[in-house]
Design a protein around this ligand. Sequence first.
Ligand SMILES: C[S@@+](CC[C@H](N)C(=O)[O-])C[C@H]1O[C@@H](n2cnc3c(N)ncnc32)[C@H](O)[C@@H]1O
Length: 219
Amino acid sequence: MTNLHAPMQPSKLQNYNSPRGAEAYKADYQNKLHRKWSDKRERALLTRYFAQIGHVDRILDLPSGHGRLSDLLHAHCKTLIEGDWSFTMVSLNKRDHGTDRRRYCRASALEIPLPDGAVDVAVSFRLSHHLETQELRERHLRELFRVAKKHVIVTWFSATSLKNMLRQLRVKLAGKKPKNVLRNERVRAIAQEAGFRQTLAKPLFLIGSGHVLGLFTRT
Ligand SMILES: C[S@@+](CC[C@H](N)C(=O)[O-])C[C@H]1O[C@@H](n2cnc3c(N)ncnc32)[C@H](O)[C@@H]1O
């Protein structure tokens, strides 16, 4: 059954919602080498994407987590809206980044509490692959396209990535759990239905990560 308010594994969601889990996620990006690398790569890609987008009025960052990308996004807009399902992530983010040209909300990325076209750019990093069903992953995409007036920047775990192909072998041979993936053409089709086209789509890394970062622009 679809559970809009607990779409991730309950233990993962509880972890993000707990002060210890939220602080640990933040600390990982300061201490772990692979996290630092992916953070660096994500920032480089985001900077490149914003070179195309330019400076805008409003950006929505959902889920914002502890505000890992807050400063970068803030530099590209007049007002940044930071939202997350975890109360703890939202308060940690607010404590660390303050309220100057920033708004905070506790929100579900599956039922975004904003009207259609409310922001210029809707950004979602590292949520899609946590959503347990295809229906929820697609719903999240549709919500981003609904609230974005001009652009959507979103990550998903690609079904055709090397990492997923290797995982599929281990699913067959060792009974591992399948990844929560999306097919790239399905993402493009959902974008098109919503009136967007894919402008850029870059893998975070060719080896070792199946994540893709897409930039979509309203046609
Ligand atoms: C892996 S973290 C990514 C955070 C941030 N985007 C980043 O890249 O650092 C996933 C985040 O999604 C949040 N989350 C989980 N389910 C959500 C939902 N349905 N709506 C909004 N946020 C959700 C979690 O609380 C957590 O902060």
